[in-house]
Write a protein that binds this ligand. Structure first.
Ligand SMILES: Cc1cc2nc3c(=O)[nH]c(=O)nc-3n(C[C@H](O)[C@H](O)[C@H](O)COP(=O)(O)OP(=O)(O)OC[C@H]3O[C@@H](n4cnc5c(N)ncnc54)[C@H](O)[C@@H]3O)c2cc1C
Length: 509
């Protein structure tokens, strides 16, 4: 039986349902202001939409066509803020947008890019330039009919790690972050919430108390309102599936491509994990349980066909080495097409005199998570009384405490301090862990000191760090979210990682 209110195990100012980017971003901001914070994630951190994105910190050039100026401006302004906060997992990327006759005219694209360069307070990222595709190396892997392209800036982010680093920072500031813990019910008792939590690993159930409840359950946000709060007829979000395919490296250029399609949609082809190219995404309405989302045959064919319109060598099904899908929890604004539904976030509060307040988060982008958290905190402060005020625009995320342009220097320093590391391994460790790579390497004097070897550059020391510091429990947590080593290891090697993680889980639970 869940504990009742009087015997509640813990009291929080704020309790958050959902360990995606929005839940973890709100938790970090709130605890940094001085509130006591609890968060429950029913699966792994970032196991929902937040690891299934295109991984861009971007203004969203396409949203200009839908007149989403507020969103685009806020997102553009966030690019350089977030890059400074986390220069290990976020870095600038240039995008090549070939002009395709019969689609959007060059002057319109140039106008959009002019706005893109000027409305978002860009200071560090280079501006747009025009390319002659007959001489620029970016034209080489494409068909010969593209003469002109524009090259513009956005940023890349390791989305799953972004979530975990927000959670890590929140925890270090005092938040209680529980993974594999489902919120099964929440009810008001005067000015408090009583929240039932089920630990999905041990089966234990407990009740905690909070003054404020936040529903940041992403695509499950309506499930929380119906299943956890017990309300009927809940239809706030439009679930829109988006899928990506990963193929072996299609081109050597470090720039990404932005391809326009005849149907008005666009796809990206992005250099990915050194040896691969990431292609996506799609937009289709989704009706089933978000946890079951998987790429459809139709989406696979669409992505292969769209990319093949541009690349000289077609992209075939047999080239695909991995794919992933996510579900966008878009606020339902009644748009007719999935691709037209607003990408902006909407925050709705429930506040009545004498009743415990609550906030629901609908929509949002990874790019705008920090601003979303600030808006959420403004509402929370209204209800609970002001605390510290906004602070996250300058706070480095764990491992990101080095200058935004010093990544290469960090890699060199790590290589000097640990001369047994191969250059690629040192570069990978700094990309994933920044200055905290040293916590993994510790006193190691040779590669053998990193413990058991699982294939390529994956060693026991990294897995142990991920368990101890980053809530990793299963093989999938470490192979597909904390790292993408799953792409680089063979089946036997990934099976060994799975088995080792099971051993560690048994030992620790
Ligand atoms: C295909 C695609 C491409 C995208 N590309 C980009 C991009 O390039 N750039 C960008 O900025 N944005 C992008 N986005 C948008 C972005 O990924 C999402 O807006 C964002 O990840 C949503 O985060 P969230 O925290 O709201 O949801 P989620 O990440 O889904 O987190 C919600 C969490 O709540 C948990 N949960 C649900 N119910 C319960 C419960 N009862 N108890 C405990 N836990 C619960 C879930 O397990 C889940 O982990 C993309 C989205 C998609 C789908």
């Amino acid at each position: 039986m869940p504990e009742t209110g009087a015997r509640a195990a813990r009291d929080f100012d704020i309790f958050i349902i959902g360990g995606g980017i929005n839940g973890c971003g709100i938790a970090r901001d709130a605890v940094g202001r001085g509130y006591s914070v609890g968060l429950a994630e029913m699966n792994d951190l970032a196991s929902g939409t937040s690891s299934g994105s295109t991984k861009l910190i971007h203004g969203g050039l396409r949203y200009l066509e839908h007149y989403e100026f507020r969103l685009v401006r806020e997102a553009l302004m966030e690019r350089e803020v977030l890059w400074r906060n986390a220069p290990h997992i976020i870095w600038p990327m240039r995008f090549v947008l070939p002009i395709n006759k019969g689609l959007r005219p060059a002057w319109l694209v140039r106008l959009g890019l002019f706005l893109y360069d000027h409305i978002g307070g860009r200071k560090l990222l280079p501006k747009t330039r025009t390319l002659d595709m007959r001489s620029d190396p970016a034209g080489k892997p494409l068909k010969g009919n593209y003469r002109r392209a524009f090259e513009y800036s956005d940023c890349w982010v390791n989305d799953a790690r972004f979530v975990v680093l927000n959670a890590r920072d929140a925890a270090e500031r005092g938040a209680s972050i529980r993974t594999r813990t489902r919120v099964t019910a929440a009810r008001r008792e005067g000015t408090s919430w009583l929240i039932d939590l089920e630990d999905l690993r041990s089966g234990t159930v407990e009740t905690v108390r909070a003054r404020y409840l936040v529903n940041a359950a992403g695509p499950w946000v309506d499930h929380v309102i119906s299943g956890v709060l017990g309300r009927n007829d809940v239809h706030n979000v439009r679930l829109v599936q988006g899928s990506h395919i990963v193929i072996r490296r299609k081109f050597d250029d470090p720039r990404a491509y932005f391809f326009q399609n005849a149907d008005g949609r666009i796809i990206f082809a992005i250099p990915y994990e050194d040896d691969f190219t990431l292609i996506g995404t799609t937009d289709r309405d989704y009706k089933d349980d978000p946890k079951d989302v998987a790429i459809t045959d139709e989406e696979t064919d669409y992505l292969c066909a769209s990319a093949s319109e541009y690349f000289a060598e077609p992209v075939r099904r047999e080239d695909i080495v991995w794919s992933y899908s996510g579900v966008r929890p878009l606020f339902d604004d009644g748009a007719s097409k999935a691709q037209e539904a607003t990408r902006d976030y909407v925050l709705k509060t429930e506040e009545a005199d004498g009743e415990a307040p609550m906030l629901h988060v609908f929509g949002g982008k990874i790019t705008t998570y920090r601003k979303l958290a600030e808006s959420a905190l403004a509402k929370i402060e209204d209800a609970l009384g002001a605390k510290g005020g906004p602070w996250t625009h300058e706070g480095a995320l764990p491992g990101g405490d080095f200058p935004f342009d010093a990544y290469e220097g960090e890699v060199t320093d790590l290589g000097q301090d640990y001369p047994f590391l191969e250059a690629g391994f040192a570069a990978r460790l700094v990309r994933l862990y920044g200055t905290r790579a040293r916590k993994i390497l510790g006193n190691a004097l040779s590669i053998e000191d990193l413990g058991r070897h699982f294939g390529k550059d994956l060693y026991e020391a990294e897995l142990r760090y991920l368990v101890a510091q980053e809530w990793a429990v299963t093989g999938a947590d470490v192979l597909w979210r904390r790292t993408k080593r799953g792409l680089h290891l063979n089946a036997e090697e990934t099976a060994a990682v799975d088995a080792f993680m099971r051993e560690l889980a048994v030992a620790s639970h």
